[in-house]
Design a protein around this ligand. Structure first.
Ligand code: ZN
Length: 398
């Protein structure tokens, strides 16, 4: 009995390893795969034939040979399957459908309002299931169709158990969101923190060249996703990376988490609103959410000094926290994502200045750049692909 389980687990791992290799190389051949993986030729041939019959791999002609038979070239079929990624923010929701390489074929942004009467969790489930239904209808046909959806949430999420522990303005406790959404949606579902999805997007988007990186997602709050040695670092319960709740001022203002002086109070849209007030800007028509950044950017572009000063203060606070992260993790790159991306011109120079002052040694030279505004949604779909098609490959000991 045990021998059977081991053999089938081994076969799954070998299959994922071969598929991953074909995905990551432009073209390859059975003999190359055998040499690179150490798997014998018969095993590789069996797996490749299976992948071809499943339309995950296609043969694309012959390669060159230094003698003997020319090898048949293999290429990954990126359009064999699609996955949905949903980036849920408190004020809006972005939904994408991407192929296996993370190339979007559908993108939809909608405003959301969770303030309706009743339990905000019900409105959230309504919004998510509506957006998933639209994405399902929009997905192109493919051999595997839609393999699943990952919902990225701006809170504390247990990826493995599909639980939400904390979602600002919506819920605190232990919410089995996966079971509840599964009653409305019939594809495999995954849930993760938004910054984790953003970090995964950066890792995959750069062809896994950078094994250690941090994605800092700034919107209404701030959080980070951490990739260490090519894996998302989620910690014991999935709530790692909550840099937004590092205490940066023990005498600081009260945070939604119940503590005081959290980084999130200073380096987020909430912080920006406070700096605007302090700078004497008229904030009577402004509130935290999707349009705050846009309205503030317009004012700053019109040379409204109070708004420019507020953005500088935000950049200094962002930079201070990023310098702390650099000093702790010494990553290869830090990517800033979320709404702050739109304010790069005003914020990034101050971030860089703070890092020059506060980061240690070579941490000063670690590139810090702005990411793509859709990074989280695309990363969420890539996580689905990874879990369904490739995660078994990671079980193989190096
Ligand atoms: Zn906090």
């Amino acid at each position: 009995m045990h021998a059977n389980i081991d053999a089938s687990a081994m076969r799954r791992m070998n299959r994922a390893t071969v598929l991953k290799l074909i995905r990551d190389l432009r073209t390859t051949s059975r003999i190359d795969i055998s040499q690179m993986t150490g798997l014998n030729k018969a095993t590789v041939s069996n797996i490749v034939d299976e992948l071809i019959s499943e339309q995950l791999v296609v043969e694309v002609g012959y390669g060159s040979s230094s003698g003997g038979r020319k090898p048949i070239l293999l290429r990954f079929n990126a359009n064999a399957a699609y996955a949905i990624g949903v980036d849920v923010q408190i004020s809006h929701m972005t939904t994408v459908v991407c192929n296996i390489r993370g190339e979007p074929v559908y993108r939809q942004v909608r405003q959301t309002s969770l303030a309706s009467p009743g339990d905000p969790r019900d409105s959230l489930l309504d919004f998510i299931s509506e957006e998933i239904s639209k994405a399902v209808a929009a997905a192109p046909s493919s051999p595997y169709g839609l393999v699943g959806a990952c919902i990225a949430l701006p809170g504390m999420v247990n990826f493995h158990r599909g639980l939400v522990y904390y979602l600002p303005s919506v819920f605190a406790g232990e919410w089995d969101i996966r079971s509840q959404l599964a009653q409305r949606v019939s594809i495999p579902l995954f849930f993760d923190n938004d910054a984790n999805c953003g970090a995964w997007n950066e890792y995959m988007g750069q062809a896994m060249r950078l094994k250690n990186l941090v994605f800092v997602n700034m919107g209404v709050g701030i959080g980070a996703g951490v990739v260490i040695d090519g894996r998302l670092y989620r910690g014991r319960d999935g709530i790692a990376g909550e840099f937004g709740h590092m205490t940066v001022n023990p005498m600081g203002s009260a945070c939604m988490c119940g503590s005081y002086g959290c980084w999130e109070e200073y380096a987020s849209e909430r912080g920006l609103l406070r700096y605007l007030r302090e700078a004497g800007a008229d904030v009577s028509t402004l509130s935290v959410g999707e349009s705050l950044l846009e309205q503030a950017i317009t004012q700053a572009q019109n040379d409204n000094r109070a708004f420019i000063r507020a953005f500088h203060a935000l950049g200094q606070q962002l930079g201070m926290g990023v310098a702390n992260i650099l000093n702790v993790l010494n990553p290869e790159e830090v990517i800033l994502g979320g709404n702050v991306v739109k304010a790069a011109t005003f914020v990034l120079p101050e971030v860089e200045r703070a890092i020059k002052h506060r980061a240690l040694l070579t941490n000063k030279q670690v590139p810090v750049r702005m990411g793509n505004v859709h990074a989280v949604a695309v990363g969420a779909s890539s996580l689905v692909m990874h879990e369904i098609l490739f995660a078994s490959a990671e079980l193989v000991a190096p």
